[in-house]
Design a protein around this ligand. Structure first.
Ligand SMILES: Nc1nc2c(c(=O)[nH]1)N[C@H]1C(S)=C(S)[C@@H](COP(=O)(O)OP(=O)(O)OC[C@H]3O[C@@H](n4cnc5c(=O)[nH]c(N)nc54)[C@H](O)[C@@H]3O)O[C@H]1N2
Ligand SMILES: Nc1nc2c(c(=O)[nH]1)N[C@H]1C(S)=C(S)[C@@H](COP(=O)(O)OP(=O)(O)OC[C@H]3O[C@@H](n4cnc5c(=O)[nH]c(N)nc54)[C@H](O)[C@@H]3O)O[C@H]1N2
Ligand code: SF4
Ligand SMILES: [Mo]
Length: 704
């Protein structure tokens, strides 16, 4: 046995970028703890970090390619796999056109240096317009709002949580999720610090979440009514002469138009629909205006709903007109060392809506179509029908709306490939699975999450363990497919390029390049480097043609009749009288971490929360099995009775349902749960952005 050594790296499971200290001996991990010397996370980590070890040692994890045959899966060599895949892809594209091949990219791609670097050339080499990703079940409305208001989808304002005096959290549960579109390790500590310095936190959520329990105030809201609440708050700001644009005075366009429209959304007009009384709405607006600095932060609950687009726009509007955009304690723009906007020209025309999906006409944006349209694009015959698919680090059968229907669509594909570490609910439909290395076997750099971070920091993590001979990294897999699909010459210099080479170049050309930023510098600083608090920088960072901030882009104006129609409709669907919303759990991450014994052990967490009054009306007892049905499907799930959930609303976790035949996740199968996305309806989308409306799904409940 050799000596015990220490390795430092960032955890790449969620967006928080916690620094970890890993003790190891030979190829065995002895302990995983928070790295006290990480300047950003300062020793914080959540229970999922220790499971990095479990993913590494997982017996179910695939390490070499496998191929589906009539009698089961067989191991094949990498060369055989790549040869078959490229032959099949090419012949399908020859027969049905380039666009007959689709790509689906899942969430872990965003958490991988190599994948982020390779995805562009990879997509290009496949030559198809049909790319889909988990972003359209997540944060698409944020990017659309930034595109139209600030000129670039990746120019996302994030809450300056460490300096704010007032934080309004709408549809986010960062105490459990550890923050999203807000990279902030130890969010609980940062929230408590707001309160310690005399500030206030208000949570708006149909569920009394752990975040709501820590906050100073919690307001229950009816699902999908956030746009009305935000409009009413904006109404109050105008009515109270509270508009204060500060240094954005000369940049902001559209204020008068906005004022006129906001006039119609008084707190009294919207209160009944929102489920929050007019006085509370007025007080909320007053509190935000009165605070020395304030920020409204809205997340998943406000994005994955039928008005996600309007919600993210109105959130930005509220921050701007209260003088809290690009200002300390407000919503600020990070300045990462790897600047994704380095080559983004001012006034660059957005791809939003340049194309639309064949069947339902949902909008193209940022190089992709909404995943809510994937099943129909596979199943609807005719010119442009999808015949083949490659998924990379994604599990849409469990993660996308109407996932069970997507599974049926996958069954009908001519050929499917998955780049994934597990044989799971999605990859079981593939003809070939190509497993990459993961977690501690990879080098890491957070390209995306530094762009959403509440503090500018930078860190590079080398691999902890060398990969085994038979293994390949995800990026090597993507690169090989790209080279074979585009017939790259053997002596082409591009073949030699590695993610590290590109990273080093970006760091040197980036905003800290003149201060000596480079990969070498990061290797010399294994705990990471602090680049300081966020700074006002909108004049330098804005990407609109004239350097203006557009407060009221036409796309949002066009969407208002849809919002107004909500106030003319009965609140409840008689057949499906409950609103289903999702919930995240401390010990699971989306659909894929449930194969870690220490994360899943204990009581079944996949339960339906029901309000005591609703339980009484329906005669439901604690622990009883319920049948929950929606327009697209039905599941059976155990009841939990709690007044943490609003009356008329029920909540269940997302990412479960690991009980399917033909999968190989033996630990997950012992605690399978059921899939929320067997109930969510792919036809319920935010029409503006194409984002899936996962929250607010109308459901019926009865005792099973
Ligand atoms: N109802 C409902 N649905 C939701 C949500 C919700 O709140 N409610 N949330 C949505 C959100 S925010 C998201 S981001 C999506 C996520 O949607 P997806 O990205 O489709 O789902 P994940 O569970 O993240 O899938 C990750 C996949 O990557 C594989 N994997 C893990 N690590 C690696 C790796 O290093 N390399 C490779 N190649 N594969 C790897 C896993 O085995 C798994 O198959 O789900 C969405 N779906
Ligand atoms: N432990 C853990 N952490 C995670 C993940 C995980 O699966 N597990 N997933 C990661 C991913 S991919 C993401 S994108 C982030 C998401 O991070 P968050 O957005 O913080 O996480 P959610 O728990 O989805 O929070 C959504 C909240 O919106 C509420 N909600 C539902 N519908 C509505 C509505 O109509 N209006 C309002 N106002 N609220 C509503 C829900 O009750 C919930 O509290 O979390 C990340 N972190
Ligand atoms: S909060 Fe996120 S980044 Fe931090 S240890 Fe947990 S999973 Fe990893
Ligand atoms: Mo996500």
């Amino acid at each position: 046995m050799s000596e015990i050594k220490t390795h430092y790296r960032n955890c790449n499971i969620c967006e928080a970028m916690c620094g970890l200290e890993i003790k190891f001996q030979d190829k065995e991990i002895l302990s995983i703890k928070g790295d006290q010397k990480d300047p950003f996370s300062k020793g914080y980590n959540c229970p999922k970090a220790t499971a990095l070890q479990d993913f590494y040692t997982d017996k179910d994890r695939l390490k070499t390619p496998i191929r589906r045959t009539a009698t089961g899966w067989e191991d094949i060599s990498w060369d055989e796999a790549f040869t078959e895949i490229t032959e099949k892809f090419k012949s399908i594209q020859n027969a049905h056109g380039k666009n007959a091949l689709a790509i689906y990219l899942g969430n872990p791609n965003a958490h991988s240096l190599g994948n982020v670097m390779l995805l562009k050339p990879f997509s290009k080499s496949l030559g198809t317009i049909n790319r889909f990703s988990s972003a359209s079940t997540d944060q698409m409305p944020h990017h659309v709002a930034s595109t139209f208001m600030f000129g670039a989808g990746m120019l996302i304002p994030v809450p300056d949580i460490d300096r704010t005096d007032f934080m309004l959290i709408i549809g986010g549960n960062p105490v459990v999720s550890n923050g999203s579109m807000m990279t902030a390790p130890n969010v609980i500590g940062r929230m408590k610090a707001i309160q310690k310095r005399g500030g206030k936190i208000v949570v708006v959520d149909p569920r009394r979440t752990r975040t709501a329990k820590i906050a100073d105030q919690h307001l229950f809201i009816r699902p999908e009514k956030d746009a009305l609440l935000l409009f009413a708050m904006i109404h109050c700001v105008f009515a109270n002469k509270g508009v204060n644009l500060r240094h954005l005075e000369t940049m902001v366009e559209g204020l008068n138009d906005l004022e006129k429209v906001a006039e119609t959304y008084s707190p009294e007009t919207v209160a009944e629909f929102v489920g929050i009384d007019a006085t509370s709405i007025r007080t909320l607006a007053d509190d935000m205006m009165a605070a020395d600095s304030a920020v409204c932060y809205s997340r998943m609950g406000a994005s994955t709903q039928t008005f996600g687009g309007l919600c993210q726009w109105l959130t930005n509007v509220l921050n701007i007109i209260t003088g809290n955009c690009d200002r300390e304690g407000g919503a600020m723009f990070p300045q990462p060392a790897f600047d994704l906007l380095r080559n983004h020209k001012k006034g660059h025309k957005t791809s939003f809506g340049q194309h639309s999906t064949r069947v339902r006409k949902l909008p193209f944006f940022n190089g992709e179509f909404p995943v809510a349209a994937l099943a129909e694009e596979i199943q609807t015959e005719g010119e442009g029908q999808l015949k083949s698919l490659i998924t990379v680090a994604g599990n849409p059968v469990l993660s996308a709306p109407s996932g069970h229907k997507l599974a049926q669509a996958f069954e009908g594909l001519d050929y499917m490939v998955s780049v994934d570490i597990y044989l799971n609910e999605t990859t079981k439909y593939a003809n070939i699975i190509l497993p990459g290395t993961t977690g501690v076997e990879n080098s890491h750099f957070d390209i995306f999450f530094n762009s959403f971070s509440v503090r500018n920091t930078v860190k590079y993590s080398p691999p902890l363990f060398e990969k085994e001979d038979e293994q390949r990294s995800d990026w090597e897999i993507l690169k090989e497919i790209s080279e074979r699909m585009s017939n790259t010459a053997i002596d082409d210099p591009m073949r030699k390029i590695t993610p590290e080479m590109l990273l080093d170049m970006e760091l040197k050309k980036g905003p800290y390049g003149d201060q000596g930023m480079s990969l070498e510098k990061l290797i010399d600083n294994p705990h990471g480097i602090d680049l300081g608090p966020l700074k006002p920088c909108i004049e330098d960072r804005i990407k609109t043609a004239e350097g203006k901030v557009y407060l009221f882009p036409q796309v949002y104006m066009n969407d208002l009749p849809r919002l107004n129609a909500v106030m003319a409709k009965p609140a409840r669907d008689e057949n499906y009288p409950f609103d289903l919303i999702g919930r995240r759990l401390v010990k699971s991450h989306n659909t894929w971490t449930q194969n870690s014994e220490r994360l899943v052990k204990g009581k079944n967490p996949c339960t339906l929360e029901v309000h005591p009054e609703d339980a009484r009306t329906l005669g439901i007892k604690k622990g009883q099995l319920l049948k929950v049905s929606s327009i697209v499907g039905e599941i059976e799930i155990e009841a939990v009775i709690t007044d943490d959930i609003q009356q008329g609303v029920v909540s269940m976790p997302q990412g479960w349902g690991h009980n399917q035949k033909g999968t190989k996740m033996s630990v997950a199968a012992t605690q399978p749960g059921v899939s929320m996305n067997d109930l969510t309806d792919a036809n319920r989308v935010d029409i503006l952005t194409g984002n899936a409306a996962l929250n607010g799904t109308p459901v019926a409940i009865k005792i099973a």
